[in-house]
Design a protein around this ligand. Structure first.
Ligand code: EPZ
Length: 447
C-alpha cells in the first residue's frame, strides 16, 4: 500500500466555490514551446501541479531559465542558454510524465540532438509513441532506439512534410506543430487533433512568429519560419478539472461554483450534465468590476437519469471527463452506457466502485454507439452502469490521475469513512485539491 493516504468521511454534499487555472494539457506544452524562441516567454495562470514541475525540471537541465514572475502563477522562461543535458539529468526529471516526447522537435532545432527516456504518464493502456516517431522521421530526424531511451539527430536539418495521422492523437499533433514551425518549408498535417488545448498551443506559436492555418476537416498547414521570438500568454482554463468538480457536485448532491470555467470548451460536457439531470448556470465575468466568471453546477434534488455516452476526440465527450462522471452515473436511475473509444483500457477503475456498492459491468463490445477501433479486439472498453446504488466506504488505491479523482468523489459520496491510498498522484493534475476539498466542506484528513 502507498503510504500517502487521505481519510475521507463521506456523505456530506460539497458546497462552495473553487477556481481553476490554466489547463494542465496546454500549460506543459506552452512551456516546451518556449524552447523554440530566441527571446524570453511569459506564461500566466500556471497551476502548481506535478506535471508543471516535471517540465520545469526538464527545461532547467536544458539550460532554459524558468523563474516565477510577479503575479501568482506567472512563469518567465528564458531560452537564451539552451544546452545539451546528460541522460542522467534527463532521467531524474522525466520519470512520471509523457511530456518529454514533445522535446524532440524543439531540441533537434536548437541543438541538433535529443534524448528521450522511457516515458511515464498514467497507466491507461499501452500508450504507444509510434505516430510521434513516424512523424519525426518524415521531418528528416534519425531515430536510434537504445535500451535507455531514444537518441535523435537531424544530420540534414528538419524539413516540411505531408503527413496523415492514423488517429487524431493530441500528442502527435503537438509533436508535428512543435517540429514544423521551424522546419524548412511547408508541412501539411491531415487527420489532426483539434482539441481546444491544441488551438491554444497554435495561438502561443503564432504569438512567437509561426504561420499556422487550421483548415476544415482536421487539416493543419504550417509554413516553417527561420526564427521564433517569445510569447506572453494566458492559457485556456482547465476544462478537465472543471468537469471533475462538476461531477463531484452531482455525485455528492451538492453545489459547486467553478470560477474560471469556460462554457465554450465544455459544451459537450454541459449537454450530458443536463441530460443526466444536473443543473448549471454560466456566469460571465465583469472584469471592470473585478467579478470573475465561471460555471455553477448543482444537484437539483430528486433522481438523476441514466444516459448513453461515448468518449471521443474533440468535439466529442473527452475521455478525461468519463471517470468522474461515472461516479455520478451510479446515482442515476436506469442503465447508463459508457463507450470508451480513445483508450482501450480506461475502465479498470470501475472495479473499485463495485466494491463500494456500485453495479458496473464492463464489456468487450462497442455498446451504445458506433463501432470503434477497439471493437474486434480483446479490450473491455464499454461499461453498463445500473443505478441508483447506495455507495459505502472502502479502502481504495488510486490507479491513475483521473480514475484517482473519481475514487475520491466516490469516497465523498459514500456513507462512512474511506481510506484513499496513493492520493499524491492527484497532485499531478489538480492544484491544491486538498485545500479545495476543505473549502467545499469535505471532511478529509491526513492520518
Ligand atoms: C493527451 O494524451 C492528454 N495528455 C491526455 O490526458 C488525454 O486523455 C489525451 O490527450 C486524449 O485527449 C496530455 O495532454 C499530457 P493521444 P496523449 O495521443 O497526447 C493512441 C490526463 O489525465 N496513440 O491523443 O498521450 C493512444 O494510445 C491525460 O490529463 C497511438 O496509438 O493522447 C490513444 O489510444 C491522460 N500512437 C490515442 O491514440 C501514438 O503515437 C489518443 O492518444 C500516439 C497515440
Amino acid at each position: 500500500m502507498p503510504d500517502d493516504v487521505l481519510v475521507v468521511h463521506g456523505g456530506t454534499p460539497l458546497h462552495g466555490q473553487i477556481r481553476v487555472r490554466g489547463a494542465k494539457n496546454l500549460v506543459s506544452k506552452a512551456m516546451v514551446a518556449a524552447l523554440l524562441g530566441d527571446e524570453p516567454s511569459r506564461l500566466y495562470d500556471v497551476p502548481r501541479i506535478r506535471d508543471v514541475e516535471v517540465v520545469r525540471g526538464l527545461l532547467g537541465v536544458h539550460g532554459v531559465k524558468v523563474t516565477d514572475g510577479e503575479e501568482d502563477g506567472e512563469l518567465v522562461l528564458d531560452p537564451a542558454n539552451v544546452e545539451r543535458a546528460s541522460t542522467d539529468e534527463i532521467n531524474v526529471h522525466a520519470g512520471s510524465s509523457r511530456i518529454p516526447i514533445l522535446f524532440c522537435g524543439p531540441l533537434l532545432h536548437r541543438l541538433g540532438h535529443a534524448f528521450i527516456p522511457d516515458l511515464g504518464g498514467c497507466h491507461i493502456g499501452p500508450r504507444p509513441i509510434d505516430f510521434h516517431i513516424q512523424a519525426l522521421r518524415e521531418f528528416g530526424a534519425v531515430v536510434d532506439k537504445t535500451p535507455e531511451g531514444m537518441h535523435l539527430t537531424a544530420p540534414a536539418g528538419l524539413h516540411g512534410t505531408k503527413f496523415e495521422l492514423p488517429y487524431p492523437s493530441v500528442g502527435a499533433t503537438e509533436q508535428v506543430l512543435l517540429t514544423a514551425v521551424l522546419a524548412n518549408g511547408v508541412t501539411e498535417l491531415r487527420n489532426a487533433a483539434v482539441e481546444p488545448e491544441i488551438i491554444d498551443l497554435i495561438c502561443v506559436l503564432q504569438k512567437m512568429g509561426a504561420i499556422i492555418t487550421v483548415h476544415t476537416d482536421r487539416v493543419i498547414e504550417i509554413e516553417g519560419v527561420p526564427r521564433l521570438g517569445g510569447y506572453t500568454h494566458r492559457p485556456i482554463p482547465d476544462r478537465i478539472e472543471a468537469a471533475s468538480w462538476a461531477a463531484a457536485a452531482l455525485a455528492t448532491r451538492g453545489e459547486i461554483e467553478v470560477l474560471g470555467a469556460q462554457q465554450v470548451d465544455m459544451m459537450t460536457f454541459l449537454n450530458v450534465f443536463r441530460s443526466i439531470g444536473g443543473e448549471y448556470r454560466v456566469t460571465d465575468g465583469l472584469p471592470a468590476r473585478g467579478v470573475e466568471g465561471g460555471i455553477r453546477f448543482w444537484h437539483p434534488g430528486g433522481e438523476l437519469r441514466a444516459v448513453a455516452l461515448e468518449t471521443d476526440v474533440h468535439p466529442g465527450f473527452m475521455t478525461d471527463w468519463q471517470q468522474p462522471l461515472v461516479v455520478a452515473l451510479t446515482q442515476a436511475r436506469g442503465l447508463s452506457i459508457v463507450h470508451e473509444t480513445v483508450y482501450e483500457q480506461r475502465l479498470g477503475y470501475t472495479e473499485a466502485l463495485n466494491t463500494m456498492g456500485a453495479t458496473i459491468q464492463v464489456y468487450r463490445d462497442c455498446l451504445g454507439g458506433t463501432p470503434c477501433r477497439f471493437g474486434r479486439r480483446n479490450f473491455k472498453h464499454s461499461a453498463v452502469i445500473a443505478g441508483p446504488s447506495k455507495l459505502h466506504a472502502a479502502d481504495l488505491v488510486i490507479p491513475d490521475l483521473r480514475a484517482g479523482f473519481s475514487h475520491l468523489i466516490a469516497a465523498l459520496a459514500a456513507e462512512g469513512t474511506s481510506r484513499v491510498y496513493g492520493v499524491d498522484l492527484i497532485n499531478r493534475g489538480y492544484e491544491d485539491f486538498e485545500s479545495k476539498l476543505s473549502a467545499l466542506g469535505a471532511h478529509v484528513e491526513r492520518p
